[in-house]
Design a protein around this ligand. Structure first.
Ligand SMILES: [Fe+2]
Length: 238
């Protein structure tokens, strides 16, 4: 089998701001055909790019919100892990006070969501969602369990590699990112059209976390490190 069974014609909107490695309508990932833009992008007025401050209320966050293993009466089943890293800008400067939100399947590969029909058990002690603000050095940290792989019916025998969904609200309107974090060495990487819709192998590797022995907590949890860099938008380029 080819290392990339989903290679196909590239369909990109006619807009120069799309680089060659950005493929928003990826043939192997079926639902992109319905949500990829078909028209050139519209540039927002510059004053909106410089909107200062968060659009979320910091007061609604609880300190426990970043521990997905302590949201219920008991502990969830699965491999307990710590996921941590920094949110940085393109110049390597920390983005402080960014809102980092995560959601994920449980250890059996099942989401607590009404449209998830995967016949794997729900865990009464796991909701699968958490959030936190980055600290003064741009650091975030979650305690959770490692999510399981799950089938998703995109194509015959389609399985997603284990992943955690991330949403980041930075301190500027342009510092917004929704993405997924993966775990090193997952055997499903070559078969996942979402992972492979990023055409540049080096860019794909940026989505894979690093096993972090130094942050592993003895007798408690493995640790994975994953830094997030929020790119400037083209309009901000000099
Ligand atoms: Fe997912």
């Amino acid at each position: 089998m080819s290392a990339d069974p989903y290679e196909g014609p590239v369909v990109l909107p006619d807009d120069p701001s799309f680089g060659p490695e950005v493929q928003v309508d990826y043939p192997g990932y079926r639902s992109t055909q319905w949500r990829a833009p078909k028209h050139p992008l519209v540039t927002m007025p510059e004053e909106l790019h410089s909107l200062e401050g968060p659009v979320f209320g910091e007061g609604v966050l609880e300190a426990i919100d970043n521990d997905l293993t302590r949201q219920h009466a008991g502990e969830p089943l699965g491999e307990r892990i710590v996921v941590h890293g920094r949110v940085l800008d393109e110049d390597g400067r920390p983005i402080r006070g960014a809102l980092v939100e995560v959601w994920q399947a449980n250890a059996a590969g099942r989401y607590r969501h009404q449209v998830d029909r995967h016949p794997a058990p729900l865990d009464p002690n796991f909701s699968g969602a958490g959030r936190c603000l980055t600290d003064g050095e741009g650091r975030y940290r979650f305690t959770t369990v490692k999510p399981g792989a799950y089938p998703w019916r995109n194509h015959d025998n389609a399985w997603r590699p284990a992943h955690i969904h991330f949403s980041i609200f930075g301190r500027l309107f342009t510092q917004r990112l929704v993405t997924q974090m993966y775990f090193p060495g997952d055997p499903l990487f070559p078969y996942d059209p979402i992972f492979n819709s990023i055409r540049d192998p080096r860019s794909r590797e940026l989505l894979v976390s690093r096993f972090d022995l130094a942050l592993t907590e003895p007798e408690w949890a493995l640790a994975f490190e994953w830094d997030i860099i929020l790119q400037r938008t083209p309009v901000e380029e000099p």
